[in-house]
Design a protein around this ligand. Sequence first.
Ligand code: HEC
Length: 418
Amino acid sequence: MKRLLLTTAVAVFLAAVGCFALTEANASDSKKAANAKVTFTKDVAPIFYSKCVECHRAGEIAPMSLMSYKEARPWARSIKEKVVTKVMPPWHADPKHGAFSNDRRLSQKEVETIAAWVDGGALEGNPKELPPTPKFVEGWNIGKPDLIFQMPEACAVPASGVVAYKYFNVPTNFTEDKWVQAAEIRPENRSVVHHIIVFIQTKGRQQLLTGWAPGEQPAVMKDGLAKRIPAGATLVFQVHYTPNGKAASDRSYVGLIFAKEKPRNELLVMPVLNMKFVIPAGEANYQVESSYTFKEDAHIRTLMPHMHLRGKDFLYRVTYPDGHSEIILSVPKYDFNWQTYYFLKEPVAAPKGTRVDCLAHFDNSTQNKYNPDATTEVKWGDQTFEEMMIGWMSYTLDKNEVKTGSAEPSAQKVSRNQ
Ligand code: HEC
């Protein structure tokens, strides 16, 4: 008995010394202890649910799902690396210019939480602490569409070669104007669809409804804005197929959600483009500019630079009638794989006479690892081995503003009146 007590005492003593030595040993051990408390269910899942699963879930564009602990755990190391190096979530705007409501970046604290979770052994934690899994309508990001329009027939895609853009007309048979609050294109066969654009075609007017390309988000209009599909309009699908070695077929579709109430204003789209450039062979920093001057008072809402594989950087500068100017978006490292819409947090007022200048650079040298051929000059063309220079811009006209006759968000109006 006595011996037992003694050994227990020694053990306790040794344990105490051990503990002491541990805490004193170095800070990294105590950091590890703190990290160990970071768990998937309590700390990490809320970040994944709000910043990752839009793409990282079954059936979406990312290679793996991050919805559950089981699915995320094997990727822990890679997750830490991608979030610390800011490769994930993908976001390419220079934070020095403009603020965007769809900014996907993680806060520094979120990055640290994820890193600490991985360093602490990527623990699951208490399943009871898991927040409710976000609800998605399977197969859609916008929610369940009110109406779906599909290409009239399946398109056969050959196993190899270059396929010119295909166009498919789908009459809406709308007998009155319809207001679209959200629109999403779903490629039926993602393995051969390179991109799809759906235009709203009426006599004498073509407007962009929405596009799909890897990394592109569906068009969701907020703040009482909507796109108009006029009565009798036809939807035109422009589809670019890239053969993948096996003959395939595709019949893609677009889903629409209509505005529940009459919208406050109509969202219009302008491609600020330049089609007349010739990029010399081997040129590493070729500049191309385009511009548009507003003929009426307007508000700029979203931006989306578009170039192909030689696209290097892209920026939008606004010059106001009084002469002062401002950069509203700069994408210093353009990446063709991420066709991103940038939704301006605050719409940019563009009074009549305001000019939007887009400035792009192309790298047609061998330094550009995506360059398919540095030995030829490159001009505008549909194919990705050709180039484009488009500053997509959506805007509203102040004169179309319903109710107040001003383009101020109504919430602001209320607070100002108080
Ligand atoms: C807009 C869509 C999108 C969002 C949002 C997004 N990802 Fe991704 N992610 C992708 C795609 C697509 C890939 C594969 C292509 C690539 O690596 O560029 C990918 C790749 C990855 C990889 C590399 C996988 C591999 O093969 O090694 C990791 C890790 C990752 N994402 C983690 C995250 C985390 C963590 C978040 C949120 C904090 C996140 N991603 C947000 C689309 C997204």
